[in-house]
Design a binder for this molecule. Structure first.
Ligand code: HEM
Length: 367
């Protein structure tokens, strides 16, 4: 599986992302980094789940260049995610329930978007099945999730829903983390310098092992997600009566919400300087990534619940770090990004958090 993830990332980073950044340098053209990273992570998760050996699937992926429209599948995912998040945050659930019942307004749009996602993903499953039945053994090499699920003989609707859940879980989360990360980096040149130094310990063509070893970069990514968590709030519904550790009574059916965004900003958890972007709070001792090994502290997931804690912890955590490290290490070694606006961006905590508006940047070659 690691080989397949690395292969997917190589194709998307070296084949598409870096050439686009090269052309942005030459044209000296502003780019919306939030949009670019969103398209990139959508393509990566689609390729990871549905594979790259199908020409038809290309129509469902996005052109990386933000001046082109996003694919209809990505658009339908966006609409469905936004309306669902607004449901979760609505003070009165009765309003959306009535709209759903009447099939009007946002609930009608949600219904249409869900239908579109389901239809497109189902088409891909059926196409893949057809090809697999024609090509037989030759297709056994398909390492993507879709081929594996088809071989394991699951029901088509179950496969469809698994693929949709994975795309939902893996797309905006990594791009949200990366967008805030690049924004923070733009005002911390000394940290950027340390990251570049760490990447210089490895060949340009990073492999899985070298990415795993980039602990300085991992600390920077964790620190960015502490301040700007991709999943800023999350709710659970109690299946039976319970009592929380500090004595709060929870009744069966109650909704309990926790806020990683607030938890990352609590003085009693992170100290008086909680508002500072300080990756060194993740090290056991101060280090120079060019000289010595960076050893990271073990941080309890209930203090840092960015990937959640307990039995339903994020299944894509390792993949997310590999992807984010690959992208950052590939970009910062070759390019400098200057953020155009000096205003502090606004954090919008929908299903996955993002920045209000855009994050415009200018890309230049690192010399
Ligand atoms: C920085 C990136 C990511 C963050 C912050 C993140 C965060 C989370 C969180 C908080 C949950 C728990 C949601 C809940 O139960 O309410 C979750 C679940 C999940 N994530 Fe991620 N995720 C990230 C990337 C990914 C990626 C890239 C994948 C796929 C390859 C993925 C796959 C999943 C899956 C399948 C679950 C459901 C696990 C279950 O319910 O048992 N995630 N993630």
């Amino acid at each position: 599986m690691n080989d397949f993830i690395m292969h997917t990332l190589k194709e998307e980073v070296h084949g598409k992302l870096l050439p686009l950044m090269d052309s942005l340098c030459i044209e000296n053209k502003e780019v919306d980094l939030q949009e670019l990273l969103g398209r990139f992570s959508f393509n990566v998760i689609c390729k990871f789940t549905m594979g790259s050996n199908d020409g038809d699937d290309e129509n469902n992926r996005c052109c990386l260049n933000p001046s082109f429209p996003i694919s209809p599948l990505a658009k339908a995912f966006d609409v469905a995610a936004e309306i669902s998040a607004r449901r979760g945050a609505a003070p009165l659930f009765l309003v959306w329930r009535v709209k759903k019942w009447l099939r009007v307004g946002s609930e009608r749009r949600l219904r249409e978007a869900v239908k579109e996602v389901q239809t497109r993903v189902m088409e891909m499953i059926l196409n893949r099945k057809k090809k697999m039945s024609v090509m037989g053994e030759e297709f056994l090499g398909g390492q993507d999730l879709l081929s594996r699920l088809i071989y394991s003989d699951h029901d088509e609707e179950v496969i469809r829903d698994m693929v949709i859940s994975l795309i939902m879980a893996g797309r905006d989360t990594t791009s949200s983390a990366l967008t805030w990360f690049f924004w923070l980096l733009s005002s911390h040149s000394e940290i950027e310098h340390m990251i570049v130094k760490e990447t210089l310990n490895y060949d340009y063509d990073y492999d899985y092992e070298s990415l795993k070893n980039m602990n300085y970069l991992k600390a920077c990514l964790c620190e960015a997600m502490r301040l700007y968590p991709p999943v800023a709030w999350d709710s659970k519904h109690a299946t039976c009566d319970d009592i929380l550790p500090y004595g709060t009574m929870v009744r069966s059916g109650d909704r309990v919400t926790y806020f990683p965004y607030r938890m990352g900003r609590l003085e009693n958890l992170w100290g008086k300087d909680w508002f500072e972007f300080r990756p060194d709070r993740w090290f056991i001792e101060p280090v120079d990534p060019g000289e010595n090994e960076v050893v990271l502290k073990e941080v309890c997931p209930f203090k840092f619940p960015i990937f959640q804690g307990g039995p339903r912890v994020c299944l894509g955590k390792e993949m997310a770090f590999v992807e984010m490290k690959y992208v950052v290490a590939s970009i910062v070694r070759r390019f400098k990004i200057r953020i155009v606006s000096s205003e502090k961006p606004i954090f919008v905590p929908l299903l996955t958090a993002h920045m209000a508006g855009s994050l415009k940047g200018l890309v230049s070659k690192r010399v």
